[in-house]
Design a protein around this ligand. Structure first.
Ligand code: NAP
Length: 286
């Protein structure tokens, strides 16, 4: 029941209406007895400053932030968590008596989802396909969590060199070995995969108009000891995951990451644990 004391949390993105976050957080507020509601607001870069000011005006618990605001929002915050600083992007804002702190729970959510499957990041070699926003978040977090080596495959286009120098800085600040290779270098990819414990698809190859495509041209490079994580959660099983299954490798979609990035935001706002199993059932039963 909404009352005069009900607190507000929200989602600032454009478009915003497709988001599963209202379902995740409202289910959790209700299950945990938290007097709060979560709404999605269409906020673009033009309305972002005003929208962030309203977090203070309305004493909101905080918000999640997504495209196109994850980097631009940094200018309007009071402080950043260490991982948000390193990633250069924010997906969660926490309001502590008017002081706004930006966090990035995407990478932490991914690492939690890996641990939930019984796999580990610490001391492991991980190959990551793609170097966009999601890849940066998970690579920073895996480096902070003690990965032994992270190998990133990125197209050799206009952003290759700047991404390479960005990952050099992350490596220097975390002490993790991070190398960046041309996505087209199949020979190198074969060598890296043969000695990798974990493969992550952080491209959008496997969803939308690319749903029938594979992020690896030669699936013969996969092996049964690889744990394959696809950040895509719709479709539930991408072609990459189907191929992994065929050779006996374990494969997981991005639903775990989605739920756990939300669970960490929920904990930051309420100091309560999100009922992740209930949330998973709700999303899967949609
Ligand atoms: P993004 O910033 O646009 O990055 C996409 C990356 O994919 C870029 O590095 C891009 O390469 C690469 N790429 C695209 N097409 C390619 C191709 N044909 N060959 C090689 N590389 C290609 O997107 P994002 O936000 O990081 O999202 C990436 C994926 O993660 C999406 O599928 C998204 O749905 C998923 N995701 C899942 C969650 C979750 O909670 N499960 C959260 C966030 C994102 P260039 O750099 O060369 O352009």
């Amino acid at each position: 029941m909404i009352s005069g004391k009900t607190k507000l949390a929200g989602f600032f993105a454009s478009p915003a209406s497709h988001s599963l976050s209202p379902m995740m957080h409202n289910t959790s507020f209700e299950a945990c007895g938290v007097d709060a509601i979560y709404l999605a607001f269409d906020v673009d870069q033009e309305s972002l400053e005003q929208a962030v000011a309203s977090i203070r005006t309305f004493s909101m618990l905080g918000v999640n932030v997504s495209m196109p605001n994850k980097t631009a929002v940094i200018d309007y915050l009071d402080e950043l968590s260490p991982e948000a600083k390193l990633i250069g992007a924010v997906n969660t804002i926490v309001n502590r008596e008017g002081r706004l702190t930006g966090y990035n729970t995407d990478g932490m959510g991914f690492v939690r989802s890996v641990k939930e499957t019984g796999h580990s990041i610490e001391n492991r070699k991980i190959t990551v396909l793609g170097a966009g926003g999601a890849a940066k978040a998970i690579i920073v977090q895996m480096a902070l969590e003690g990965a032994r080596e992270i190998v990133v495959y990125k197209r050799k286009n206009a952003t290759f060199l700047s991404l390479k120098s960005y990952f050099d800085q992350v490596a220097a600040q975390t002490g993790c070995l991070i190398r960046v290779w041309d996505y087209a270098d199949e020979g190198q990819l074969g060598k890296d995969l043969s000695s990798s414990d974990v493969l992550v698809n952080a491209t959008d190859i496997g969803m939308g108009t690319k749903k029938d495509s594979l992020p690896i041209a030669n699936v013969g490079l996969l092996h049964a000891d690889l744990a394959v994580f696809d950040l895509i959660y719709s479709p539930k099983e991408t072609r990459l995951l189907q191929e992994a299954k065929k050779i006996g490798a374990k494969g997981y979609n991005g639903l775990g990451m989605l739920i756990h990035q939300g669970a960490i935001a929920f904990e930051l706002w309420t100091q309560k644990e999100m009922p992740v199993q209930l949330v998973r059932e709700k999303i899967e039963g949609r």
